[in-house]
Design a protein around this ligand. Structure first.
Ligand code: MTE
Length: 320
């Protein structure tokens, strides 16, 4: 993303950005340091260490036909190589730090342009529809990818329950904002809280799911517990973690990475090997744990048959 780069980018290409980040970080850290003194002084005792609790098995999960037949990444790959900037910017930071996230009690407010707004308790949401295991390809904009057995339910099941009005054209998702539980939110690494969005028809697509688990177990904190979005035909940054609010709106909502670097991260973020990132090609990807970009990237991450019609008549070079 803005900060982490694939290993194949020459350092000469990234100096400017490092300078930018250092300058930005310096300014933000300086102001956060003042605020931080207060935060530290007021800090409550740390919440229970949920990440180290024994993994909880999810019962009654049915296999879905929306599944790719490709070798799975290991649980270790999936839970130790993460992007979750609220817990740090290194790939290993979320696994090391996300134990401070408290996932019960947890609610998700569903509001905006809907006939039946409602705040759902997470345990109610987990029973909203049968939980399915879906093995999806997951492609990060940084050109690495994995194959992950998610457990969740179609986002459209939730959308149908709240009955969007005719004004609802987009859906905006928001992550928890809590500096005590999410330590990096004390700094200006990103604009907080993390926000993402989809067009309503994208959100209604049967491939888009709300995930609550993986590998048969409750979602580990570092993967976005207790509930996150998974949109397999889009770059990973669309798949927002630890969601507390889902809002139906009339116009295209702001998204975190678009806000941070609009020329690099568009609203659509469809996996498209023909549109390079300004700083690297998207034609191939590093299928973890491989060190090499030897896997050809597929249009819409291989889901073109199912989703291409959503974008007919749209210039995907402009709408990247
Ligand atoms: N959601 C939040 N709240 N914060 C984040 O930093 N990172 C995004 C996405 N969702 C992110 C997030 C990015 S860039 C990616 S690639 C995926 O989460 C990574 O998901 P994973 O760690 O489960 O592989």
């Amino acid at each position: 993303m803005l900060i982490k780069k694939p290993t194949d980018i020459k350092s000469s290409e990234i100096t400017d950005e490092k300078l930018y980040r250092n300058r930005r970080q310096f300014m933000l850290t300086a102001s956060a340091a003042v605020a931080g003194a207060v935060i530290t002084a007021c800090k409550k005792s740390p919440p229970p260490n949920v990440a180290t609790a024994p993994p909880q098995k999810l019962e009654g999960v049915v296999k879905s036909s929306f599944t790719v037949d490709e070798p799975l990444n290991s649980l270790k790959d999936i839970t130790t190589y993460n992007n979750f900037y609220e817990f740090g910017t290194d790939k290993s930071d979320p696994a090391a730090n996300a134990h401070t996230l408290v996932t019960r009690p947890w609610t998700v407010a569903v509001e905006g342009e809907v006939m039946k707004p409602k705040t759902f308790d997470i345990d109610e949401l987990m029973k909203l529809a049968p939980l399915e295991e879906r093995v999806y390809r997951f492609r990060c904009v940084e050109a690495w990818s994995m194959v992950i057995p998610w457990i969740g339910f179609p986002l459209n099941e939730l959308i149908k329950r709240v009955e969007p009005t005719s004004k609802a054209k987009y859906v905006q998702f928001t992550t928890l904002l809590d500096r005590n539980q999410m330590p990096e939110q004390r700094f200006g690494t990103l604009e907080w809280p993390y926000v993402e969005g989809l067009r309503l028809d994208e959100a209604m697509h049967p491939l888009a799911i709300l995930a609550v688990g993986l590998y048969g177990q409750v979602l580990p904190n570092q993967n976005g517990a207790p509930i996150r979005l998974i949109v397999p035909w889009k770059y990973g940054f669309k798949s927002i973690k630890s969601i507390v609010k889902i809002k139906f709106v009339e116009s295209q909502p702001m998204t975190t990475w678009n806000l941070m670097a609009a020329d690099e991260y568009g609203f659509y973020a469809n996996v498209n090997p023909e549109v390079s990132h300004p700083r690297w090609s998207q034609a191939s990807e590093r299928r973890l744990p491989s060190l090499f970009k030897s896997t050809k990237t597929l249009m819409f991450n291989g889901y073109a048959d199912q989703v291409a019609s959503l974008y007919s008549g749209i210039d995907l070079r402009k709408n990247y």
